[in-house]
Design a protein around this ligand. Sequence first.
Ligand code: SF4
Length: 442
Amino acid sequence: MKQTIPRVGFVSLGCPKALVDSERILTQLRTEGYTVAPSYEEADLVVVNTCGFIDSAVEESLDAIGEALAENGKVIVTGCLGAREAEIRDVHPQVLAVTGPHALDEVMRAVHAHLPPRHDPLTDLVPPQGLRLTPRHYAYLKISEGCNHRCTFCIIPSMRGDLVSRPIGEVMQEAENLARAGVKELLVIAQDTSAYGVDLRYRTGFWGGRPIRTRFTELARHLGELGLWIRLHYVYPYPHVDEVIPLMAEGKILPYLDIPFQHASPRILKAMKRPAGGEDVLQRLRHWRSICPDLALRSTFIVGFPGETEEDFLRLLDFLQEAQLDRVGCFTYSPVDGAVANALADPVPEEVKQERLERFMETQAKISAARLEQRVGRELTVLVDDVGAEGARARSYADAPEIDGIVHIARADGLHPGDMVRVTITDSDEHDLYGRPALSLR
Ligand code: SF4
């Protein structure tokens, strides 16, 4: 009698790091002969990968679990919120199993227990690059898990543990497989990308028979040999980050850095316990730009952190003016369950937080718009994300997917997602650029 193929539904919530976990689980499921069901009704059970970073994410995750239970009934929970099992079981006692983040083996054990696999090596082949949830032309490359820092507003270390770097040979192999599968852009992610390899004492690994140290600079250099766009996220301004700027100037990796500064007042950075909080960041940025003038910088900030005075806030606005960052996200401080910062003195009233957020965004909007305007008239290489009736949406080296702006191309005849084209930038606004094709690199 022919065995039916076990079908698993999958709901993926949260940040790019959670997305990578989801891709790993999906890849493993397919490797073991499961299929991924497109709807609750067609699934034998559902895995929900949750996020627990802020209160709204917790709510969204609990809702998603509730929906999966109502529609399907058999639910396994994983991801960041999974680290708070009691909270989940309080609301949804009927879930089959709960695991924390980055728990591929535990998730698979739970799936096996409730839905045994059926393996057919002839039909269940999985491509070596695994299964991905991003479009075909870009992919996230997670190089480590966990974090050795203890920022007072963050509970990630208590959920994900201390830094655990993936061996460099394994990371490079995954990157090579993705390149072979047609990926054009790799987004390197971790909680602290610049700390890569610290936990392994920069151990030497091997890729293609060559010895390589497990270290941030070496990783960037070797990824740069793959001929892809390499984009670095979640980098802290440590002195050794200086070493990757020449690689950017030489065109080996994208001249783009995503550095979550969070604040600029030394007092607040100290209260936040931020990594590299004591570095002279402005001097470092000047130095980087002297080597690589095209460097695009993205950052995020928190306003209204407990104890933030008007003077601290003005210092932050001054920093923005000096730093001239290209892209910036800003949030008002909101207490996260379990975060040390909740107990800090002098919480900032909600209306002051909102007012500071508005002043912050107003200041930065002008800077971002002016920085974009400087690109008008230039010719840039862009990667096409999608093409529709209105034209194509593409991104330049300065734009990461989802979080930064885009380059609109009105005349998109013959363009396809994943194409790299040269465009002449004809216009700009606060967020985006507008261009027309110059020369195809396809
Ligand atoms: S660096 Fe700070 S904010 Fe980032 S994950 Fe580590 S503790 Fe959290």
